[in-house]
Design a protein around this ligand. Structure first.
Ligand SMILES: *[C@@H]1O[C@H](CO)[C@@H](O)[C@H](O)[C@H]1NC(C)=O
Ligand SMILES: *[C@@H]1O[C@H](CO)[C@@H](O)[C@H](O)[C@H]1NC(C)=O
Ligand SMILES: *[C@@H]1O[C@H](CO)[C@@H](O)[C@H](O)[C@H]1NC(C)=O
Ligand SMILES: *[C@@H]1O[C@H](CO)[C@@H](O)[C@H](O)[C@H]1NC(C)=O
Ligand SMILES: *[C@@H]1O[C@H](CO)[C@@H](O)[C@H](O)[C@H]1NC(C)=O
Ligand SMILES: *[C@@H]1O[C@H](CO)[C@@H](O)[C@H](O)[C@H]1NC(C)=O
Length: 433
C-alpha cells in the first residue's frame, strides 16, 4: 500500500510540473493507468515548433518507419543491415509517449513507449548527443550506478568496466544510432505505482538521430524489461489504447497490471522466437479484403524462428508493413474493389486516390481471432481532403524482408492487451479518441 502522503506529494508535484499551460495537460495518471500522448500532442514538448504540412508529415513518418523496419528486421535476422540511403538523418522518434517520474524527489520525464525494446533508457546529466530534458542524477537521493559485479551487468550488450569496476557501462546500436550508457538504478514512479531500484540505461552518449530524445520505456518481455522488473506488481500484463493521431487533443491510456483489464476481448496466442524473445510475435494466418480471403502464399506469413519470419505487433512503427507477396495481394484486391481507376502514389504509399472512394474493410485473420479494421485504421486523408491513401506498404526491399509488422495506426482506438503469463494478445475496439 502506498501512503496517502506520498500520493499527495506526488500529485502536487506533478501538477506543479505542469508540462505546459494547457489545462488539458495536467496529469490524470492514476493508480496503474497512464495517459498516452501522441508525440505531436499539444501536451508534448516534442511536437514540431513549426507544424509540418500533411504531406511532409506523411513522408517523414514513412522515412522513420523505414528506419524502424530496418532495425526490427536486423533484430530478427541477428545481423546488421546496411543503412538505407538517405540524404538526411532519420529521426526514429516513436509516436506515443507516457509520463514517468524518476528519482527522489521525482523528476518528470516523458518517455516513448516501445513494445519491441526491453530496457528503459533515460537521458542523464552529462550526456553528449542527448537533446532536451535530461534526468539530473545528482539531484536524486535514490540514484546509484551499478557496479560490474552486479548480476544485471551480465544482461547488457558489450559491458565494459573502468579500472575500479564501480560502473557497468555498455554500448549498443539502435537503428542508425549508437548509445553508450551506465547501468543505473533509481525509483521510477508510473502513475501512482512506485518501483524502487528500477534498473535502466542512463544514457551518457548518443550518436545519430535514432534514439528518441525523450528516452525509451521498453515494454518488451526480455530480462531487463519493465515487465521482468515488476513481476509482483504487474504480473507481465499491460494494455494500451492509442488515440488517433488526427485527434491530438485526446490521450489514450496505458494500463499496467492485470487489474481493470477488459473481460470481453478476443485473443490470439502470442508466439515467441527464442532468438528474439522480447518481440511480440502473433500468428497472422490470412487477410480478408471485403469478404474475400486474398491469395497469400502461406510461406509469406508463416512464423519461422530460424529465419525470423512472421508477424509482430509493434507500438513504434506507424504504418503496417507486409512482406511483398502479402501486400501485393491485399493491395490488388483493395484496388479492384475501390473501382476508381485513377490510382496515384504518395512517397511509399502506392494506392492513393484523388477522388473520394468507398473502401472495403480489411480483416486481419489471426489464429483464433479476426480483427476487422474500420476505415479510420486503414485510410489516411490529406487535410484538404484531396487525397486518400491506403495506409499500408510492403516491407522495404533492401532489408531482410521476412517480417510483417502490425503498426500503431492500425491499432488506434483498440484496446491491445498483452497477457504474457497466458501467452496471448487481446484486441477489442475501444474509442479513446
Ligand atoms: C557514468 O559512469 C562514468 C564512469 O564511472 C562516470 O564518470 C559518470 O559520472 C557516470 N554518469 C552518471 C550520470 O552517473
Ligand atoms: C563505448 O563507447 C564509448 C564512447 O563512445 C567509447 O569510449 C568506448 O570505448 C566504447 N566501449 C566499447 C566496449 O565499445
Ligand atoms: C486542441 O485544443 C486547443 C486548445 O483547447 C484548441 O485550440 C485546438 O483547436 C484543439 N485542436 C484540435 C485538433 O481539436
Ligand atoms: C524455416 O526456414 C528454414 C530456412 O528457410 C527452413 O529450412 C525450415 O524448414 C523452416 N521451418 C519451418 C517450420 O517452416
Ligand atoms: C487521373 O489523375 C491525374 C492527376 O490527378 C489527372 O491529370 C487525370 O486527368 C486523371 N485521369 C482520369 C481518367 O481521371
Ligand atoms: C475469420 O473470418 C473467416 C472468414 O469470414 C472465417 O472463416 C473464420 O472462421 C473467422 N475466424 C474466427 C476466429 O472468427
Amino acid at each position: 500500500m502506498r501512503s496517502h502522503m506520498f500520493s499527495l506529494v506526488f500529485l502536487l508535484f506533478s501538477v506543479a510540473q505542469g508540462l505546459n499551460l494547457n489545462p488539458k495537460c495536467e496529469t490524470r495518471d492514476r493508480g496503474s493507468n497512464l495517459q498516452v500522448f501522441h508525440v505531436y500532442s499539444p501536451c508534448s514538448p516534442f511536437r514540431p515548433s513549426k507544424p509540418l504540412s500533411w504531406e511532409e508529415d506523411v513522408l517523414q513518418t514513412q522515412a522513420k518507419d523505414q528506419a524502424r523496419l530496418q532495425y526490427l528486421s536486423s533484430l530478427v535476422a541477428r545481423k546488421s543491415v546496411v543503412p538505407i540511403a538517405s540524404g538526411r538523418q532519420i529521426v526514429q522518434s516513436p509516436t506515443y509517449i507516457v509520463r514517468a517520474n524518476v528519482g527522489t524527489p521525482p523528476q518528470t520525464l516523458l518517455m516513448a513507449m516501445d513494445t519491441s525494446n526491453d530496457a528503459a533508457w533515460i537521458p542523464c546529466t552529462g550526456c553528449t548527443g542527448c537533446s532536451s530534458t535530461v534526468f539530473d542524477t545528482a539531484k536524486s537521493t535514490t540514484f546509484q550506478n551499478l557496479g560490474c559485479q552486479a548480476a544485471q551487468c551480465k544482461q547488457v550488450p558489450n559491458p565494459s568496466c573502468d579500472a575500479t569496476g564501480s560502473s557497468c557501462m555498455f554500448n549498443m546500436t539502435y537503428g542508425g544510432s549508437t548509445i553508450a550508457a551506465n547501468l543505473s538504478q533509481d525509483t521510477i514512479t508510473l502513475a501512482t505505482d512506485s518501483v524502487p531500484s528500477y534498473t535502466f540505461g542512463c544514457l551518457q552518449k548518443t550518436t545519430g538521430n535514432s534514439v528518441p530524445p525523450q528516452g525509451l520505456l521498453g515494454l518488451g518481455r526480455g530480462p531487463l524489461s519493465l515487465l521482468s522488473q515488476t513481476q509482483d506488481l504487474y504480473q507481465s500484463t499491460f494494455s494500451y489504447c492509442l488515440p488517433n493521431f488526427r485527434s491530438l487533443n485526446f490521450s489514450g491510456s496505458l494500463r499496467l497490471g492485470p487489474v481493470g483489464q477488459p473481460l470481453k476481448i478476443k485473443y490470439t496466442p502470442l508466439l515467441k522466437n527464442p532468438r528474439r524473445p522480447s518481440l511480440y510475435f502473433v500468428n497472422l494466418i490470412g487477410i480478408l479484403v471485403g469478404s474475400k480471403v486474398v491469395d497469400i502464399p502461406p510461406s509469406a506469413i508463416a512464423f519461422n524462428a530460424t529465419t525470423g519470419a512472421g508477424t509482430i505487433i509493434d507500438s513504434g512503427t506507424v504504418f503496417t508493413r507486409l512482406v511483398d507477396p502479402a501486400y501485393v495481394a491485399v493491395r490488388d484486391e483493395f484496388r479492384r474493389r475501390v473501382k476508381v481507376t485513377n490510382v496515384t502514389s504518395l512517397g511509399g504509399f502506392d494506392t492513393c486516390y484523388n477522388d473520394p472512394i468507398v473502401a472495403p474493410t480489411i480483416t486481419l485473420m489471426f489464429a483464433g481471432m479476426n480483427v476487422t479494421l474500420p476505415q479510420d485504421n486503414l485510410l489516411i486523408h490529406s487535410t484538404a481532403g484531396s487525397i486518400t491513401c491506403l495506409a499500408m506498404a510492403s516491407a522495404p526491399a533492401n532489408v531482410n524482408s521476412v517480417l510483417n509488422v502490425i503498426a500503431n495506426m492500425q491499432q488506434q482506438n483498440h484496446r491491445i492487451l498483452f497477457d504474457v503469463p497466458n501467452s496471448r494478445l487481446g484486441v477489442a475496439r475501444e474509442l479513446c479518441s
